[in-house]
Write a protein that binds this ligand. Sequence first.
Ligand code: 6R9
Length: 655
Amino acid sequence: MSNESLANLLKEERRFAPPAALAAEANVTAEAYERAKADRLGFWAEQARRLTWAVEPSETLDWSNPPFAKWFADGKLNVAYNCVDRHVENGLGDRVALHFEGEPGDSRSLTYAELQSEVCRAANALIELGVQTGDRVAIYMPMIPETVIAMLACARLGAPHSVVFGGFSADALATRVKDADARVVITADGGYRRGKPSALKPAVDEALTRPGTENVRSVLVVRRTGQPLEEAGSTWTEGRDVWWHELVDRQSDQHTPEAFDAEHPLFILYTSGTTGKPKGILHTTGGYLTQASYTHHAVFDLKPESDVYWCTADVGWVTGHSYIVYGPLSNGATEVLYEGTPDTPHQGRWWEIVQKYGVTVLYTAPTAIRACMKWGDDIPAKFDLSSLRVLGSVGEPINPEAWVWYREHIGGNTTPVVDTWWQTETGAIMVSPLPGVTETKPGSAQVPLPGIAATVVDDEANEVPNGSGGYLVLTEPWPSMLRTIWGDDQRYLDTYWSRFEGRYFAGDGAKKDEDGDIWLLGRVDDVMLVSGHNISTTEVESALVSHPKVAEAAVVGAADPQTTQAICAFVILRGGAAEDDGLVEELRAHVAKQLGPIAKPKRILPVAELPKTRSGKIMRRLLRDIAENRALGDVTTLTDSSVMDLIQSKLPSAP
Ligand code: 6R9
């Protein structure tokens, strides 16, 4: 985005006021914004008191060496104690913490007291394996209770975990084990995905043959699928590999948690980014937990005694860390943990789970919402979803049509939808409506949360006026901010703090509307330059999705001799829509009408699937390779690489 700021094309006039009953009882009201504005640090010091500290912090923020922040630096606490033990001490031991639902239909509920015993046993097992405070532990697991237990056991010992998506390859795992110099890997024989066991252990075996992974002494293996290891292509390495049920189950269920410094590392989580080796984002203890806990309480209006909360994310994504593990459990929530995919064994599986457990708060990603739109309105209509009272979205800009569909077909036209903007780096939600306060606008994340300072700037770092586009920046440090990139302070400075002096550069394009509300417009790397105008991929995609025949769209700029870049769109049609001759022209005309002729795609290609990461983000980089007839770049973080073959087979062969 070098020539001019991002064009501001999309107009969205629909507005939804918070339900009166919810507003009247809301955890957080409008007054919080005022209080935080008057005294930002005082506000966060107050939120830190949501936690139980072994030593209360006297200092809130040390910003004497920016951008290396220290929050609550002289305080001490234990994260696992805050997420588990203190609830048991407070008499809530019988409350269900996790309702686990396996993909094959097995289920299991764990109370806070049971979770405490399990976390203590797992912590004692890690000690037996020689894990010491500060040692890194890699976790490569399916979505099962042991994954949450393993993360909490690491936190309890002050051993930073590095969770690696179960879908990643041996190579991706090896890179991450090596970068963090992990000493132990916790894994499973496999998990269930799409109706069958999907093995994990063979990838661990392979990863640990790679140079740089020699320091891994032990591999702790949960038996989940029971598939014979040899059958899956795995070998058991005596002296290194140990079964969870053999080691953990015989441990004592008593373990006294040690209090760690607020700035003690809690976890490393790798983000792939578009180029270069993955970045190990480092989060620490006190500030991270403060903001994960507060935002979960505020944004989802969580009432721990009555709500049943469900975040559908994978724990291998930051959303799973902050909003399956640390936020909800620190708040004493009862939550659902589901192992599998939304369409196994049928496309109503999620709604069946909502009905079964009476889920009240649901947090998911636009990609899933668009998939459900594609499958048809009749599917959720078969289930009782009346328990739902707040719906959340995260991961990508949500197209206004998908937002409205979510509210109408899942939320019964009554629930607020909160579109939450944040990143692995921010650790917790930063920009989002509050369900009892904000009049919502479909497609907009709207306002920085109380205590958060975000704005939109132009190329010269000047704040843009309302009605204009530019770059999203964060102008003040926040408690759950990343502390650095593991082992690479310089890359931390270069990536986030060098684009605009003294401000955190998020890498996202954004605009402020006439009311000053923030709309996210996609990654800056994806912004298109067409005849001198910077056009957001998000806006063109949203215009396409607003056509009744389109369920999902991905838009890229492909090099073009006349216009610098030409807009090239890949669309998935809604169930039943036919790919007739006039369709492409009809869609082009529709975009021109919605956004103006400049945004009209030059090419539109109906496809069956789009390339996505495990967190559901569309990988536009790969579509750009296709649109420009290039060999595909790195596909290792793709959920399913056969998708690319499918798309390529639709194309006229390269010139
Ligand atoms: C939590 C998470 C971060 C990037 C971020 C942005 C995109 C996330 C969004 C959103 C628009 C939202 N993103 N939430 N864009 N509206 N509500 O997704 O973390 O995987 O690190 O990705 O995701 O582009 O910069 P992470």
